[in-house]
Design a binder for this molecule. Structure first.
Ligand SMILES: [Zn+2]
Length: 268
């Protein structure tokens, strides 16, 4: 009964071309992948798969067909700091997938040897979490496809232009990269302050989209399990941003202070 409900997609035809390229669509792809949303059997019947977003997709750009969906699921659901849904998903579906593969799944996903940590939540409640070095280029590619899927969903056509993914949840050592991360987060927070949170299962996933600036650039913020944050800068092909002088200063090693509201971000 559950599987029937879970596989229900919106009654949209598989006609037309892929959300990410000019190929003919062969299926509808969930954006983000369906397996990130826990099944009702792991949540005492609670439905966390309501009105999932789907877009027409070719085989190449279907994350499920490339097994990138499994990669994403294990990477995201196992991260330290997720809300309780992320944790429980980790112990349900993710745990089953890992056990089925006898650990090979983890070896495929983490580049460095993975470790198991025991973390105390509160009141003597412990959870085991996995950590290693995730395959960052693959993560970036997956999120790039998710953002292109959301762009299709939001605007009704394949997006032409560049999508720059920033994995805000990765741990960074102090330095320019960390300062830049903090700066981007703050900047986006200010841009998104009045933008609605979109998505029907916000404890699992929601996203926000900023208004285009004077050059046509805009941004997405994706949030998974209440905690895992991914940012995307979107540059439509028609946009014409000026050269970024601040970026040149930072790259050139020049001491640069960028002010945002009351906060200062110091580079180099
Ligand atoms: Zn495609």
């Amino acid at each position: 009964m559950n599987s029937k409900r879970q596989s229900k997609k919106r009654d949209e035809p598989v006609a037309g071309s892929c959300y990410a390229c000019v190929c003919t669509a062969t299926s509808r792809e969930h954006v983000p992948p369906k397996n990130l949303f826990p099944e009702a059997k792991d949540f005492q019947g609670e439905d966390l798969r309501q009105q999932l977003i789907t877009v027409p997709s070719c085989d190449i750009h279907n994350l499920a067909k490339s097994q990138d969906d499994e990669f994403l699921m294990v990477c995201l659901a196992g991260l330290v700091g997720n809300n309780s849904i992320g944790y429980r998903h980790n112990f349900g579906k993710v745990g089953r997938a890992v056990r089925r593969s006898a650990g090979r799944l983890l070896q495929k996903i983490f580049i460095a040897p993975q470790r198991l940590y025991r973390v105390e939540l509160k009141d003597n409640k412990f959870v085991d979490v996995l950590w290693g070095s995730p395959d960052v280029p693959r993560l970036r590619r997956c999120f790039g496809q998710i953002v292109r899927g959301l762009l299709f969903h939001d605007f009704g056509r394949a997006f032409e232009g560049q999508v720059h993914i920033h994995l805000a949840f990765l741990h960074l050592e102090a330095g320019n990269a960390k300062t830049f991360n903090d700066f981007l987060k703050k900047r986006l927070e200010m841009d998104l302050v009045d933008c609605p949170k979109l998505g029907s299962n916000p404890e699992v996933f929601y996203y926000q989209r900023s208004e285009p600036d004077e050059f046509g650039l805009f941004a997405y913020r994706l949030r998974f399990y209440g905690r895992v944050e991914v940012m995307a800068g979107v540059l439509p092909a028609a946009s014409n941003p000026p050269a970024n002088i601040i970026q040149k200063f930072i790259e050139g090693g020049i001491k640069t202070i960028v002010t945002l509201g009351p906060e200062e971000f110091e580079f180099n």
